[in-house]
Design a protein around this ligand. Structure first.
Ligand SMILES: NC(=O)c1ccc[n+]([C@@H]2O[C@H](COP(=O)([O-])OP(=O)(O)OC[C@H]3O[C@@H](n4cnc5c(N)ncnc54)[C@H](OP(=O)(O)O)[C@@H]3O)[C@@H](O)[C@H]2O)c1
Length: 183
């Protein structure tokens, strides 16, 4: 069982632009066939921060959402927030706050040997990293720069450095880099 940060980023290290938009990512269409579904099939529990959750609500779930679709995750999902947020019908969403360690323990139990997917954002993933609970970073670098926005991972990880496990190119837009977090 691994705890993995799996996301897409701009070349200059942002996962959303300064308006919290992902239009820069969606211009490339859907991801390479089979790649993300294989990853998701090995996931047993998901965590995300409240901005990411609200982005999903606003863009996919609400009645006036620009890209309407049902809740997309079958796995139980933990949303970190200090606020009361709307719930989604027929979705296993659990709101939590504070220390990530007890939540990670709970997620590991529920995941039943499968992986834990940290969707983001970077600040939340950084909290898991701080507690030595992050095993891998898998990032698809898109061929754009944003100049600012939500950072991929606002931490200094230099010594030991990350260990590059693989680098795969997808078409002319994406390079997927997979790193192990050395502990
Ligand atoms: N490129 C991609 O593939 C990708 C992937 C994921 C996300 N995104 C986008 O990137 C942006 C990420 O935004 P973000 O970096 O601001 O991050 P975020 O992690 O989604 O949200 C941060 C917020 O989560 C809450 N939070 C975080 N840790 C907490 C804790 N331990 N206890 C309680 N609450 C906690 C806090 O808000 P409150 O307490 O006020 O609720 C905090 O301000 C979003 O726009 C998202 O849609 C892109």
């Amino acid at each position: 069982m691994k705890t993995q940060y799996y996301t897409a980023s701009s070349l200059d290290g942002f996962i959303a632009d300064q308006n919290n938009s992902l239009d820069w990512l969606f211009q490339f269409g859907s991801e390479p066939e089979g790649e993300s579904s294989k990853f998701v099939s090995e996931v047993g529990a998901i965590a995300m921060g409240s901005n990411t959750y609200e982005w999903i609500l606003n863009n996919h779930i609400k009645d006036d959402a620009p890209r309407p679709q049902k809740w997309m995750f079958e796995q139980p999902t933990w949303v970190f927030t200090s606020r009361r947020l709307p719930i989604v019908e027929n979705a296993d969403v659990r709101f939590v706050s504070g220390d990530v360690r007890p939540v990670h323990k709970q997620m590991s139990e529920v995941a039943g040997g499968k992986n834990i997917w940290l969707i983001g954002g970077g600040g939340l993933v950084g909290q898991f990293y701080d507690c030595a609970l992050l095993d891998e970073i898998i990032v698809s670098i898109a061929s754009v720069t944003l100049g600012g926005g939500a950072p991929l991972l606002p931490r200094a990880i230099t010594n030991p450095p990350l260990k590059l496990l693989s680098a795969t190119t997808y078409g002319s837009a994406f390079a997927e880099l997979r790193y192990e977090v050395c502990k």
